[in-house]
Design a protein around this ligand. Structure first.
Ligand SMILES: C[S@@+](CC[C@H](N)C(=O)[O-])C[C@H]1O[C@@H](n2cnc3c(N)ncnc32)[C@H](O)[C@@H]1O
Length: 265
């Protein structure tokens, strides 16, 4: 299904492999508004290289977190690679404009498919049970059962992960204006095609560039790269694509003004 402008690849031709939270949200006339689809260790990122990239960064923001799989993926990798040295990243700030999904994330519930357990075990040296606890149908709150999410089992996120992230309801296009730290990494992944139109995407990219401090970066996903002009919008705003991680766009440190003047004269 096409979400936005006719310039983009048809949504139906974009068929990634999702696990975990799978939920479509429609408006009152039955039009698709957005999907909460997300995955642990989503395959559009080299998570080992990305964790290595985080070594000289200081803050992590996630602007369209859905149920939290993406931030939990990052935290599991941070624990593995940096141990206690990863403390500076916590709490990670995660936002989504969907209040239902944020309520679920805040309460630490995670709908999962059976393959999620395998994926997490494969990527963490069998630590699924350290991070998550499967719960029975009887322990699932009524509001969650009514949310129309497809899953094999429901899990609760254990404090070792849950306590390292704060989830809040916010629109990414507004929230990006209050991120002003240096060395920040902003996950703005797999939601650009849900923005209203091209001009909103251009404004979002420009606002990110204007507000992020130096040596910060914005990360997009394959849905954004394939079904929107996110990469071009970020490039036009001033970001430079990282040469190893092509979905990472950096706000590079600019030379001091007097260096530019010296060169010019
Ligand atoms: C397909 S999921 C992507 C989740 C995750 N970032 C990932 O890459 O797996 C898209 C999410 O973006 C959220 N979303 C859509 N438009 C948004 C906006 N303007 N601000 C914040 N969240 C938004 C939706 O509610 C949904 O949960």
């Amino acid at each position: 299904m096409q979400i936005n402008s006719n310039n983009y690849i048809q949504y139906s031709s974009y068929q990634p492999h999702f696990t975990s939270c799978s939920r479509d949200v429609y408006d009152l006339v039955g039009k698709l508004v957005h999907r909460n689809d997300t995955s642990f260790f989503r395959r559009d990122m080299d998570w080992n290289k990305f964790t290595h990239y985080l070594a000289d960064k200081s803050d992590i923001y996630c602007l369209a977190s859905s149920s939290g799989d993406e931030v939990y993926t990052v935290i599991m990798k941070l624990i593995e690679k940096f141990g206690d040295d990863a403390k500076r990243f916590y709490p990670i700030k995660a936002y989504d404009k969907d209040p239902h999904i944020i309520k679920m994330a805040n309460e630490g519930y995670l709908p999962m498919y059976d393959c999620d357990e395998d994926i997490i075990n494969n990527c963490t040296n069998d630590k699924f049970n350290e991070y998550f606890e499967k719960i029975s149908e009887d322990d699932i709150p009524e509001y969650l059962k009514k949310m129309d999410i497809v899953y094999d089992f429901m899990a609760k996120v254990k404090p070792i992960l849950r306590d390292k992230v704060i989830f809040s309801v916010a629109d990414a296009t507004e929230q990006c204006k209050s991120i002003n730290s240096d060395k920040a990494v902003v996950l703005a992944r797999n939601f650009w095609p849900y923005l209203k139109d091209e001009s909103q995407m251009i404004k979002f990219a420009n606002d990110l560039y204007k507000n992020l401090g130096k040596n910060s970066a914005v990360v997009i996903g394959d849905y954004d790269a394939l079904c929107s002009n996110a990469a071009k919008n970020l490039h036009d705003a001033g970001f430079v694509a990282n040469t190893e991680l092509f979905t990472v766009f950096e706000k590079l440190k600019l030379p001091e003004t007097n260096t530019i003047l010296k060169y010019y004269y």
